[in-house]
Design a protein around this ligand. Structure first.
Ligand SMILES: *[C@@H]1O[C@H](CO)[C@@H](O)[C@H](O)[C@H]1NC(C)=O
Ligand SMILES: *[C@@H]1O[C@H](CO)[C@@H](O)[C@H](O)[C@H]1NC(C)=O
Length: 317
């Protein structure tokens, strides 16, 4: 392919887990959102050694799965890492977002892993509480190369860290999204399925200066793994201080100046902002953004029938 990134990385970023969990880079891993594992079978069994790197984990099949079922399980056609950039204090939101992902229909023939991405957790209370979440849910990534922020390099720290973090089991694509976006993973996987695996930059194209999509809106965008690897080695980004500024615009700038991410796909109108009146949901949604309070999350769950058929019974009449 045209876009081979250098194989080795001299990234300046150190990536480590919560200070609490010491030395080695640890990623807490959840089973992929694939196959039938996320519905009735539950989350499977997570076997992760705390002292191990990201590569050292296995997800055991649920005990009930028979050999035959495993045989029938189709090989993934694509793999996607979804990073939800969030901040330590947003516990309630994270709870909701975590459930929103866990209760979705699985994406067919795709390996999709969702991680909540933090910069260094400096507050000692948050460090304890986020550590608990990591222990319980196994879906936390803490970047050691940044302070918590949105427009001062967090996206750069994320995109440039994942190629190394997941070097032994790379994904085809890596996504950056936020905790006010409801992403419908199966719909996104279907979009990606027929796309190239290289040099991809996909999202809500933000038209500007006569160009249809010089950058993708920060609600959620996908780059192929080669693009993330390029970001991790592109010293020019740092030399220009191009990690400072609106993160979505800056990602577009890095790629445009370097001629990367040339396979661009605009998923408008299937990615959109929810209106003030919450009346613009669409059945073919890939991602809806601006879910900034519980009421708006509730509207999304209702519209997408997430809780349809579930009755909450009162204990007394
Ligand atoms: C980048 O930022 C640093 C620190 O703010 C500054 O010293 C340097 O001159 C900047 N470089 C460029 C190319 O703007
Ligand atoms: C939700 O369920 C209703 C009733 O079955 C159906 O008409 C509607 O299309 C569903 N909505 C979505 C987004 O799937």
């Amino acid at each position: 392919m045209a876009m081979k990134a250098p194989a080795s990385s001299n990234s300046y970023l150190l990536l480590a887990p919560l200070a609490l969990l010491l030395l080695a880079a640890v990623v807490f891993l959840l089973p992929s959102l694939n196959g039938a594992r996320v519905g009735s079978d539950g989350l499977g069994v997570l076997c992760a050694r705390r002292s191990a790197g990201a590569e050292d984990y296995t997800v055991a099949a649920p005990a009930a799965a028979t050999a035959k079922e495993e045989e029938e399980e189709e090989k993934p056609e694509l793999s996607l890492l979804v990073g939800v950039l969030t901040m330590p204090k947003r516990y309630e939101r994270r709870d909701i977002v975590r459930l929103a992902y866990a209760l979705q229909p699985a994406a067919a023939r795709a390996r999709v892993d969702v991680r909540f991405v933090f910069c260094r957790v400096t507050d000692p209370v948050d460090a304890q509480l986020v550590a608990l979440e990591a222990m319980r849910h196994g879906d936390v990534v803490v970047l050691d190369g940044c302070e918590e922020n949105m427009n001062h390099g967090k996206t750069h720290a994320y995109l440039s860290s994942v190629p190394r973090l997941f070097a032994s089991a790379p994904y085809d694509y890596v996504m950056k999204t936020d905790d006010d976006t409801y992403l419908r993973v199966a719909a996104l996987a279907d979009e990606l399925r027929g796309k190239p695996r290289d040099d991809v930059y996909l999202g809500y194209g933000y038209a500007m200066g006569g160009h249809p999509m010089p950058f993708m809106h920060g609600m959620g965008y996908v780059v192929s793994w080669d693009v993330a690897r390029w970001v991790s080695t592109a010293e020019e980004i740092l030399a220009r201080n191009d990690t400072e500024g609106p993160e979505d615009l800056m990602v577009g700038k890095w790629l445009n100046l370097a001629g990367r991410g040339r396979n661009r796909y605009d998923l408008k109108p299937r990615m959109y902002d929810l209106s003030w009146d919450m009346d613009n949901f669409r059945p073919d949604t890939v991602a809806v953004h601006m879910l900034k309070d519980n009421r708006r999350w509730a509207a999304a769950f209702s519209y997408f029938n997430v809780t349809a058929g579930i009755k909450l019974h009162h204990l007394s009449p």
